[in-house]
Design a binder for this molecule. Structure first.
Ligand code: AP5
Length: 228
């Protein structure tokens, strides 16, 4: 069972969820953010919102995301800097999908210092790659509240509708099977080296992401508490 978080417990830092596509970062980031009443900052969600709204940033990002490649730093870093400036981030926040390269991590380290935050805590989702295809192609997301389901492992109670708000469930464009390979390749090439980077800095904690959602959530809370 997931340990309860007491009302006075704050994150007081940036917690970074690092791991391959489909490892469960979004599922766990939402849960940790809810428990600690902290913002969940998903650069993927921010970019998808721009795409949905048809902003010029979204128009630039859309074809890149559809190919399963990383969006350039010129787009992502501005978006993150603006978001961290908001008052709700003053007691810490949970990053999901950021940073994704060593250059982004170095930039973030400086930004966190400027904002007076402690060094980040990085939760590294370690998972058998054989599980990822099923998790990615089975994923469906609520169009209204963003709740994440899986047709195979975490299906909604009623067909294609969110249990929480009845919202329609949709599949992400980049969750099609033919895009999964390029996304995993981009992860291995550009993002996986971050694990060694943060391990050298003593900031990395591994979590076995092949376990159930509840077991992973409980371990993540323990890791956050141990890092105080
Ligand atoms: P982004 O949205 O960040 O996607 P991602 O990193 O590829 O990760 P996913 O969202 O696919 O997986 P997840 O680990 O969050 O898994 P989830 O919890 O949903 O990025 C998308 C794109 O945006 C990138 O390709 C890039 O183009 C761009 N982008 C974003 N950030 C960027 C950056 N910083 N720089 C440049 N470009 C950037 O779970 C997956 C499924 O598994 C779900 O169905 C869920 O229900 C299920 N599940 C979860 N946990 C479990 C469990 N323990 N057991 C069984 N099932 C589980």
């Amino acid at each position: 069972m997931t340990p309860d978080v007491l009302p006075h417990e704050k994150l007081d830092r940036a917690v970074i969820f690092l791991g391959p596509p489909g490892a469960g970062k979004g599922t766990q980031a939402k849960e940790l953010a809810r428990k600690f009443s902290a913002p969940h900052l998903s650069t993927g969600d921010m970019l998808r919102e721009h795409v949905a709204q048809g902003t010029s940033l979204g128009q630039r990002a859309q074809p890149i995301m559809a190919r399963g490649e990383l969006v350039p730093d010129s787009i992502v870093l501005r978006m993150v800097a603006d978001r961290i400036d908001r008052p709700d981030c003053s007691h810490g926040f949970v990053f999901d999908g950021f940073p994704r390269t060593v250059a982004q991590a170095q930039w973030l380290g400086e930004l966190l210092k400027q904002h007076g935050f402690k060094p980040p805590l990085v939760v590294h989702f370690v998972i058998d790659p054989g599980l990822l295809l099923r998790r990615i192609t089975g994923r469906r997301t609520c169009k209204v509240g963003g709740e994440i389901y899986n047709l195979y492992d975490r299906p909604p109670k009623f067909d294609a509708r969110c249990d929480n708000d009845g919202g329609e469930l949709e599949q992400r464009l980049d969750d099609r099977e033919e895009i999964v390979g390029p996304r995993l390749a981009a992860y291995e090439r550009q993002t996986a080296p971050l694990a060694a980077y943060y391990r050298r800095l003593g900031r990395l904690r591994d979590v076995d992401a092949s376990k159930s959602v509840e077991e992973v959530a409980a371990r993540v809370v323990e890791i956050v508490r141990e890092a105080r």
